[in-house]
Structures are given as structure tokens and as C-alpha cells.
Design a protein around this ligand. Sequence first.
Ligand code: RUQ
Ligand code: CUA
Length: 615
Amino acid sequence: MRRFSLPLLFVLVLGLVGCGGSSSSNSTDGAPASYVPPGEKDDYYLFYSGGHSGQVFVAGLPSLREIQTVPVFTPSPGHGYGFSKKSKEMMGEYRWGDVHHPGLSKTEGTYDGRWLFVNDNANNRVARISLRDFKTKQILGPIPNSMGNHGSSFVTPNTEYLLVATRFSVPLPKGTHAPIETYQENFNGIVSGVDVDPETGEMSVGWQVKTPPFNWDLGSTGKGPSDGWAFWTSYNTEMAHDSLEINASQRDRDYAAFVNWERAEEVVQNNDIDPRNGVPLIDPAEHEGVMYFVPVSKSPHGIDASPSGRWIVASGKLQPTTTVFDFEQFRTAIENEDFQGEFRGVPIVNYDSVVEGEVPVGQGPLHTQYDGEGNAYTSLFIESAVAKWSLPPWDEETQQDMSRAVTDKISVQYNIGHLLIPGSDTQEPYGDWLVAMNKLKKDRGLSVGPEMPETSQLIDISGQEMEMIEEDYTPPEPHFAQAVPADVIDPIEVYKQENNDHPEARWNPDNTGVTRSGDQVTVHMISKRSQYYPDKVEVQQGDEVTFHLTNIEQVSDMIHGFGIAEHNMNAVVSPGETKTFSITADKAGVYPFYCTNFCSALHQEMQGYLEVKPQ
Ligand code: RUQ
Ligand code: CUA
């Protein structure tokens, strides 16, 4: 009850009861629509990318209440993530990532609730989270030849691929040195097709396309008529390598890349493509039909395919318009070779032949989302607003005066980056809500000093006019988000004993214990309320001690932790799960271990001792 006074709340609750008690009625009287009373559940899961926190934040929509953090690229002691053998192996040598664009898995163009994919812009990786247990299952990368994995991870309509484009260009293969002054000649960008196994979700790099050293920015995948294609904007077609603020803002138009990923797949299947660092690297100059450039107005940022797949909308952040491309016309243009030139062997499609219109949405347009009712919503960074406008077809009058396409505008606080409508990147968006993800907070809410949180604002888009409903804060620093109706996801309650395939799992205290081979000590341990078996572990100083800890509980949320004093270890084990983790017993003495996750009335009693005998 953060925002409503008691009498107002009373009225609101009454209002709800009056209209059937639905928490998602999007009623026009504002606040009640998003109010989710205690004990009630949200309608959607909202997955925020955590930016340079390296995590994913899960919230409910419409309440915007945060439910969980899913650690991905960064250790999280509260989840025991980054302490177990498996999570350490997944994170590799890095302790952070920069998560920008979460992408939900899809089947036939709609979310199937199986996985969430996220990118790491900093270390060129992609990760897969299972939505059965909300845990990170795989981290792929650093992806060979790829530097600055920003334009990622965009999921194709049947999760065939995650499509990934580079923000930075480097000499290839990675690790090669060339002077930065030779940027234009020696540096390249890359588009990667990351293959996703349809059964297991296992990711691998399928192929790559070499590009000029443009900075690829945002992307999206096609659908319907544009299925098989993916689109990225670029900034810096100037190919500048210093003072980008000025030097990459020279040209009036940059290029979008239209990449035919089905064709790329075909090229790799039918040709002997030279692998570079183990990945087939396609030169689009040698293989026609893989890539085309389309001019887009000044330093574009977002590019978003409409639900029908026909309209591809790109926003030039230094020009107050969004440009609507017609994919049908694009097709015709490439059939007729209607090109205005080429760059390094890649045809540049004639701008006028493929543009349906430029919509004057306002200052600093970044990203566009769709409600599935023919409306588009573009975030305006400079104006701190969201513009609502109509997709084509436009009537005669609108075509004469494109400002007529803009039907509504709402202010946000402040400097919006991404925005989100649930299902916007699918064929059937769910509409209802829009979440504005604002970069700056300025005087909203209590001050926490010089570093303020980002804000999220919930906007009701069920009516003609957008309506501001509520505001919330997020830890640093969401970029994009995805949202899916709650009933699409089917989380497990516990890891069932019969499904636990960890070879070192133990279920009975009789099978636990400590064994030694040289200086390698293995501990098979179980945890249950409120006891560890064994609760005494005796080792010699210098031993490598490996614990296989099984939490034998079969009750949801009955988590046990395992912290060892002064050993930088906190394992957290879910009901029915077995985790393996190791320490070096390099200090003589007696060190308590204890349950770190409150589990029962006797949680405090859940402890034991690690005895380390001096050498
Ligand atoms: S970006 S604020 Cu990293 Cu998605 Cu547009
Ligand atoms: Cu087990 Cu607390």
C-alpha cells in the first residue's frame, strides 16, 4: 500500500468488487486497474534485463512488484549462484555481464514459456534461463569473432536461432592486433546465428556473417511475410574510430541491415564455407541474398517488426521521426534489383522504393512496441514521452500530413529508453499495458543520494488515450524487458527425487559420509529440517574438500543454505536438488558451517563443524 491513502484504497477495493474483482480490468479510473491485493496474483510475468548487474529481474505485471532475481552472469550469494561447481563453470572467468535484451522462446510465433535468453554485451555471451525453475542453464561464449554482443538476443518465430550482432568491430579473428587507425580496412563486425536445439534448448554458434565495421545497434526478427529475416540498425556507418559523438553523426542516413537467416543457413549447408575460429564465416559479397543494406535516418536505434511482419519500423534518434519500411516493397525491390548502390559488395536498397512513410513522433525516438490493434508506441528519449501512432495503411489525408498518424502522447519521468508491451514481438501482442523504462529519476520518490534507481512506469493502453497508472523503481539497470501471461509458464514446485540425476546425490543419512583419496576429500551430505548429515567433517590442512550436498526436502520453498565461516562459501540448495562445491582447507582450526536460509523454527540449530587439523 505504497501509494494510496486508506480511504482511497477502500474506495478502490470497493470499485474492484463492483466490477467483478478482476485485477486486470484496465478500468479507466486509473489506479485500481494495477492494484493487486495481498494474496492475489499478477496477470503477467515481467522479465527485466538487469544491465551491468548481470542479472534478470522478475516482476509481476501490472503490480510491477519484483518477485525474484535470476542470477545469470554475476554471483548471487542469496541464490548460492557462483559458488557451486556448475555455476562457476558456466560463468567461466568473468564475474559480471551486461544484460540488455531478454528474448522469450517462441513456437509458431508466440511465446511458449520454455526459456528466456539474454545477452552479455560486455563479454560476448548469451545465456539460457529455464522457465521451469527460473535458473540459468547455459552460458555460451565468448562467441568467436564477435565483440560487443549488443544487438542480441532476438529469437526467431520457432526458436530456431538467437540472432546476435556486434556493437564493436575488431580485427578478426579476435586477438589479432591492427592499429586502430586502420579501422576501416582491418576491422569487421559480425552477425551470428546461434542455433538452439528444439528439445533441450542447448545453444551453439551455427554460422556468422561478416559485416563492415559499422556499429550494429538494435535488432528484431521477422514474422509472417518477413519470417526468415532479421533486421538491425547501425550507427557509425561513417566507420569512425574516435570521438564517435561527433564523428559518427556526420551522415544523414545510416544503414539498417536486412539479413536473410534462412539463406545464411542454406549457404552454409550447400557450400564449403571457411570456418574462422571454428565457425563458418559468410562473406555476404560472395553469397548473394544473405544481406542487404537499407538507408535509415540519422543514427537510428530501435528497429521493430510489426506483429503482421510487414512493417519494419526504425527510429533515428537524431531525427524526430520513425521510418516505416514495407517488407513487401523491400521484397519487390530486391527482386528488381532496385538498388542505389552497394557497399563492399552488399546491395543498398533504394530508400524511396521501400519506405512507406516517416512518422513525426517527436524528439529522440528510440524503440517501438505494438498492441496488436494496429497501433505503435514509440519511446521518445529527449522528449521524455511515449507517442502512440497508427500503423499503415494510412488514408490519403494522413499520407499528405503524417502528423495525423500520431494519435496520442504521454509524458514519462524521465528520459525513457526501452518500453514494453507484452507480446509485442509476437504475432499476437497481448496489449493492455505498456511499461516505460526510464533512465533517470530526478526528484521522484525518496532520495538515496547521488545514485538514483531507474524508474518503471505503468501505462494503461486499453483505451483510446494512454493513462499513467503507477511507478516503481528497479535496481540497476534494466534495458529491455519481456512479459508473458502467467498461465503460459508452468514452474515446477520442487526437484522431484526421481528426476534428480546428479550421480553423487544421497537421500538417506546412512549413505552419507566423508571419504578420502590422497588429499582429496569427498563429503556426501544431506540437508533437511533442521540437520546436516554428517554435521562434523574432519580434514587435514591443505586438503581439497568437495561437498555433494543433497537437500532431501520435497516441499516447495524448503531451501537450505550452507555457509562455511571464513571460507567464502555459501551454497544454497533447493528442495530435491544436489549441488557440488569445493573449498581448500588451507587454514587449521575449527570452522562452523550453518544453514543460511531461514527454514524452520530450529533453523538456528542447523549447523555443524569443519575441523581442519594442522599439518
Ligand atoms: S538499448 S535504450 Cu542496449 Cu536496447 Cu535501447
Ligand atoms: Cu535449513 Cu535454515
